[in-house]
Write a protein that binds this ligand. Sequence first.
Ligand SMILES: *Cc1c(COP(=O)(O)O)cnc(C)c1O
Length: 410
Amino acid sequence: MHQEDRALGLAPQTTDTRDMVAGAIDIAQGKPVQPITLVRPHAAARAARFFVEKFPGRSMYAVKANPSPELIQILWDNGITHFDVASIAEVRLVARTLPDATLCFMHPVKAEEAIAEAYFTHGVRTFSLDSLEELEKIMRATRNASDLTLCVRLRVSSEHSKLSLASKFGVAPHEAKPLLFAARQAADALGICFHVGSQAMTPEAYSDAMERVRAAIVDAAVTVDVIDVGGGFPSSYPDMAPPPLEHYFETIHRAFESLPISYSAELWAEPGRALCAEYSSVVVRVEKRRGNELYINDGAYGALFDAAHIGWRFPVTLLREPQSTVRDHPFSFYGPTCDDLDHMAGPFLLPADVQAGDYVEIGMLGAYGSAMRTAFNGFGSDETVIVEDEPMVSLYTEVEREAASNVVKL
Ligand SMILES: *Cc1c(COP(=O)(O)O)cnc(C)c1O
């Protein structure tokens, strides 16, 4: 990149105090003491446009994956008009950020006060449920509203996914009949929703679930207006390269077309991870090296909850100029708190000569990374910088980081 382009890139943002810089390597050269979250608006915009253009139905963003107002605005600007919210705080957040957005309250167990506020104050009309008690609660809270879209959550298998969502919510398909029947009576529009589990590694997760939907519809003999296939769309991580998202979309479309539902029925999805994983990464400093263990300044209580607690492997890059030519070696990480649990087993592959004082970018933390940070033990930082370089991995472009980083080099 040319010097003057870089200077332009460094010009301050108009509305906030954050600077926009070319890329991760520039951040490392500033030798930050605190971990820094990098955000890539172009990556989130690209993911949103992909779903809007290619998913054969409506894509609504599952806000819990990353509730950042900036991200929500980017998704809206790129065609995402519907948002899956699960708490009254998420309802208020999206209503405040995007007054014209459509909110769907898709938590099957809600506080009655939350339902009432969502319905009467924020105009929410779509709710999910998995029990007759919840149906009664919704009807009470909305004073028997006649304009509701009620989505019955079915329990489906999580066997094709890395993170199960099969045990907590959902009515078993063979027990769904009374609930579908009662919801049909109460609803203006009746939906069936499910969640195959997060990071579904094969499209069959959805076709299998659709077979359960079919069984439930046939058994209950009700007219269904909405099929909501939930989230679970994967992103790319080391050792977890999923098939192209188009394959998922084709499988879902085919299964949807073959269901015994009304001619005008709608197909919905609730992608969380797939819309925001590439949106952000974190630049950390190595404070100490002990053999193959690196002590870094972010961890389990910061953006690396999943790396610590479910052994998720995120992509990593050593940010050093000139780049190290030493061969990669497997490392594990310790986070900054005094807690032994603050440990990320990895393995994370980094050049074998990595040492204290080096900076490492940990990628794909836009989903369930930034959203779960705490300030435990006085660590953690909110510092965020917008960057223009490519994420380390992308499902939405052929451009690999290698190519991009050559451009950034001065
Ligand atoms: C978490 C969640 C999502 C998003 O799941 P991803 O795996 O991130 O796509 C969608 N819908 C519901 C009901 C959820 O709980």
